[in-house]
Design a protein around this ligand. Structure first.
Ligand SMILES: Cc1ncc(COP(=O)(O)O)c(C=O)c1O
Length: 365
């Protein structure tokens, strides 16, 4: 990865090999997310660009959108919907559990005029995983378009874009793909393209149709691409496919089980209700009573050199998180993270059984 990032840069608009590399990366991403029928583009811009573009091109004045809210990003979709003149119907669910299929079904029965549904596959701030396959079936049976933020799940768990009834899927480079931030992955179904045309959003930068027309139609990029980030993404995908998808997914599965077992061994409370609704890429938990997340993070970083994350929005003061995405879904990474966590908690007066946590991690790899 480091070698990819320091490769000699070129002018992607002039380099005849660059378009081939872009298309090769794109083809591998399509395979990764099961979008053989759907179209997929990679854009320069962090993942918010993809979320913004997804809503901008599916929502117009008055569009009714069912916003499945069981996390910070889930809730946040409503703001984007409003920004583009849509009418969000927020289905507020338990943030500790995967979205209840019956609740989604009932909402779609009640609001027959919903045209778009938004869903976050893996809501990173609370480490909550939604059952994309089953939710996709429910939404497709009612007919609206399904827009999915899969920023922190792409590359960590199976996704079948074509088969699961997904219409727009957004990924980012900086999570399980092991690449620095800066690229959006944007996949769209045939139904989504019809919708984009019908909405006709007048935007240059948030316009997937421009990519279709320029890149696929004429073999030119709408703007000068970041060659370095594409080299990095190429490398990230090589790492994943060389290891094999089954192994990559099994490693993430082991990581989420290991992180949960380690928390329990240390007497800490995981945030999500059970392991099946926890992201394969991150685990959230409450610090012991009386200990502030910010203090744990400060000590873990300044004294032990390990970054433990806090959270956002209403979880900011109550939740800590340990990431285990991409190459970090490993015994070594989790062992280090949990020993630093144990030390930081000990400094703050909470004695945890770190040895038992390390045992619990080792047992799951
Ligand atoms: C679930 C989810 N969606 C969207 C984003 C936004 O991605 P970015 O920060 O790359 O814009 C993030 C970032 O953490 C995320 O975790």
């Amino acid at each position: 990865m480091r070698a990819a990032l320091i490769r000699e840069t070129t002018n992607p608009d002039l380099d005849p090999g660059f378009l081939d590399l872009y298309n090769s990366v794109r083809a591998r991403l399509k395979r990764l997310v099961g979008a053989e029928k759907g179209d997929l583009y990679i854009w320069v811009g962090e993942a918010m660009l993809g979320l913004d573009a997804a809503v901008a091109n599916t929502v117009r004045e008055g569009t009714k959108v069912l916003v499945i809210d069981n996390g910070v990003f889930g809730e946040g979709f409503a703001d984007l919907v409003k920004l583009y003149g849509g009418r969000p119907v927020t289905l507020g669910l338990d943030w500790r559990r995967s979205a209840d299929l019956h609740a989604v079904e009932r909402a779609l029965e009640l609001h027959k005029d919903v045209e778009v549904v938004t869903l976050v596959h893996c809501d990173t701030p609370s480490a909550l995983l939604n059952d994309l396959r089953e939710l996709g079936k429910v939404v497709r049976s009612f007919g609206p378009l399904l827009v999915v933020d899969s920023v922190s799940a792409v590359g960590a768990t199976e996704i079948k874009f074509d088969d699961w009834g997904i219409d727009v899927l957004i990924g980012g480079s900086q999570k399980a793909l092991n690449v620095p931030t800066g690229l959006t992955i944007f996949a769209a179904s045939e139904r989504a393209w019809e919708r984009f045309k019908a909405v006709g959003r007048g935007s240059f930068y948030l316009n997937p149709m421009l990519w279709k027309e320029m890149l696929d139609g004429r073999g030119v990029f709408p703007y000068t691409f970041s060659d370095v980030l594409l080299y990095a993404l190429d490398e990230g995908l090589k790492m994943i496919f060389e290891e094999g998808l089954d192994s990559v997914y099994a490693r993430h599965e082991a990581a989420r089980r290991a992180a949960r077992a380690a928390l329990e061994a240390m007497g800490l409370q995981p945030y999500t209700a059970d392991v099946s609704c926890t992201c394969p890429t991150v685990t959230a938990f409450a610090p012991p009573p009386g200990i502030r997340p910010a203090d744990v993070r400060k000590i873990a970083w300044e004294k032990y050199g390990v970054m433990i994350a806090g959270s956002w929005g209403k979880l900011e003061d109550s939740v800590l998180r340990i990431g285990h995405m991409g190459v970090q879904a490993s015994y070594a990474h989790l062992a280090l993270a949990f020993s630093a966590l144990g030390r930081a908690l000990a400094d703050l007066g909470y004695k945890a059984d770190v040895g038992a946590a390390l045992e619990a991690i080792a047992e799951r790899f």
